[in-house]
Design a protein around this ligand. Structure first.
Ligand code: F6P
Length: 357
């Protein structure tokens, strides 16, 4: 038997651990593994792939990125139509299918986020032997309690905050760190708590910068002259608090990201020296943590188990300390957002962290 694997969408620490798990488990069964390069694009004729032998995976567990390459562009980007249906053109699907047939692939492991899994779901509904593995550093897929890459991203946020803490303290500054999380604030919330942030601003919790400014002034009065602020990239500036730096002929020029906006606004409201840093792709690159290596490897092993059982159309899922699976259709497009009244938010507030609400 021959099984294919591809990584699709943005990269994520732990992708190589999944490849390691798939190759290791498949070879125990005497199967051959084909790794397609650059996501679904590698399926297009003549096919861009390599045969993955166990010796090809030596040392990859600790490597960030993916040895197969990935893309969030190209012919297979799901334009999500009605419901959870991707709309990949039939001629593209037919061309990719020719490669699957020529290579006699009996199962295709798609390691991807929401969009890539939606593409996988379309292909499964068209008869392809698809198995999904969830991948997102944002940890916002409802169908799995944890995705690999999240712990590594949080660890990078904590490292960034530890560094901002010392320089912020030395200069008595407000230090703002913008982190990833377009829809969900999990990275900001976990990273902020673990990194000792005083203020955490999330997409899910509308905040007032006046309240944050009052909090900072209060800290100042109490003798705490430096404040750490974490803001998720998907958070929105409150109405009327958009900060502009200049005007040109086409109107006002907005400051860059939400981090810069928040920093400029807090500087104006508190009079304190404020600096903003965007962590960006530093939190997506680099070596995976031990937890992400293990989770990724287990996801890979489960994907092979599902292939062995012929359980196509299912996605690997981590629930209550066990790796199991759920139907892909139950998984796509269902985001898990931070609950404003949830235990973690309440715990943050209980230790005096300001969420600006
Ligand atoms: O969804 C994962 C993610 O890392 C987001 O948190 C972030 O907004 C986005 O990908 C960045 O994507 P790109 O690498 O295409 O800039």
């Amino acid at each position: 038997m021959r099984i294919g694997i591809l990584n699709s969408g943005g990269d994520c620490p732990g992708l190589n651990a999944v490849i390691h798990g798939v190759v290791g488990a498949a070879h125990q069964l005497g199967w051959e593994v084909i790794g397609f390069r650059d996501g679904f694009e590698g399926l297009l004729p003549p096919g861009d792939y390599k045969i993955l032998k166990p010796q090809d995976t030596i040392g990859i567990l600790k490597m960030g990125g993916t040895i197969l390459g990935t893309t969030n562009k190209g012919h297979f980007v799901a334009k999500i139509g009605k419901g959870d249906v991707a709309e990949i053109p039939p001629e593209i699907v037919a061309r990719a299918k020719r490669t699957m047939e020529q290579l006699e692939i009996s199962a295709l492991v798609v390691v991807g986020g929401d969009g890539s899994l939606t593409t996988g779901l379309q292909l499964y509904r068209e008869g392809w032997p698809i198995i999904g593995v969830p991948k997102t550093i944002d940890n916002d897929l409802d169908a799995t309690a944890m995705t690999f890459g999240f712990d590594s991203a949080v660890t990078s946020v904590v490292d960034g905050l530890d560094r901002l803490h010392t320089t912020g303290e030395s200069h008595k500054r407000v230090m703002v760190l913008e982190v990833m999380g377009r829809h969900a604030g999990w990275i900001a919330l976990w990273g902020g708590i673990a990194g000792g942030s005083n203020v955490i601003l999330l997409p899910e919790i509308p905040f007032s910068l006046n309240k944050v400014a009052d909090f900072i002034k209060q800290r100042d009065a109490q003798g705490y002259h430096s404040t750490l602020v974490v803001v998720a990239e998907g958070a929105s500036m409150p109405d009327g608090e958009l900060v502009t730096i200049a005007s040109n002929t086409s109107g006002e020029v907005r400051l860059g990201g939400i981090g810069e906006q928040v920093a400029a606004s807090l500087q104006r409201l508190t009079g304190k020296d404020t600096r903003s840093t965007t962590l960006g792709h530093l939190q997506r690159g680099g070596a995976p943590t031990a937890l992400d290596r293990i989770l990724g490897m287990r996801f890979g092993v489960m994907a092979v188990k599902l292939a062995e059982e012929g359980a196509f159309g299912r996605m690997v899922s981590y629930q209550a300390y066990h790796v199991d699976s759920v139907p892909i259709e139950d998984a796509v497009s269902k985001l898990r957002l931070v609950e404003p009244g949830g235990e973690l938010v309440l715990a943050a507030k209980a230790v005096g962290i300001c969420l600006g609400d």
